[in-house]
Design a protein around this ligand. Structure first.
Ligand code: C2R
Length: 187
């Protein structure tokens, strides 16, 4: 049976960053969100995770956003991250077109300082979940780390990298504490 042209379109290869097959897709509602999600790129690079990033909007490019979401699984995407501000419907709409896990990053903007985006993402009706992470710059980093944890479930090497990352983080904090204790004892 001949497949409809849109099915073919959906299987289109994802544009890969880092020359690796993309397993994570990071969508942002506008290019203006980019400064807040850059932390995610650093984590993907650090962990060697292939990713792709797109500017797509459920409001402004509904057809393209739906096409991307509907074709993501076949294209090998295992986690989709959606960053959006204001009435942030992007994550919810993307999640409605796929069973690939969707993580939302609420982007803070005037006049509600991100509360609008947070509630739009976190208050999904039952049946279509979106996992929401920290608003602000930390959101990019945490969304990427969460995506890495999901991928690590079926990739032991990535799991080990994640454990080393946590151990290095712990070491840094304990060193900072030792430094503080030293400073306090010299007061
Ligand atoms: P502009 O800076 O382009 O005016 O966008 C974007 O994520 C951005 O934070 C302002 C804000 O609008 C958000 N936006 C959404 C969606 N599309 C764009 N929340 C969507 O589909 O949910």
């Amino acid at each position: 049976m001949k497949r409809p042209p849109e099915a073919k379109k959906r299987e289109r290869k994802m544009p890969d960053c880092m020359g690796k097959k993309a397993e994570v897709a990071l969508l942002m509602g506008s290019k203006s969100d980019l400064p807040l999600v850059k932390g995610a790129f650093d984590i993907f690079r650090e962990f060697g995770v292939g990713f792709t990033a797109r500017v797509l909007s459920a409001h402004r490019t509904p057809d393209e956003a739906a096409e991307f979401a509907a074709g993501a699984e076949k294209a090998g995407i295992k986690v989709i991250i959606c960053a959006a501000g204001m009435a942030a419907h992007l994550g919810g709409v993307v999640a409605s077109f796929t069973t690939v896990p969707v993580i939302g990053i609420p982007v803070a903007s005037e006049p509600f300082n991100g509360m609008d985006a947070l509630l739009s993402m976190v208050q999904m009706p039952p049946g279509i979940p979106v996992a929401v992470v920290t608003a602000g710059k930390a959101g990019g980093k945490n969304a990427a780390l969460y995506a890495v944890s999901i991928l690590a479930l079926s990739n032991p090497e990535l799991g080990e990298k994640l454990k080393s990352y946590r151990a290095a983080q712990k070491k840094k904090v304990l060193e900072a504490d030792a430094e503080l204790q030293n400073e306090l004892s010299n007061l």
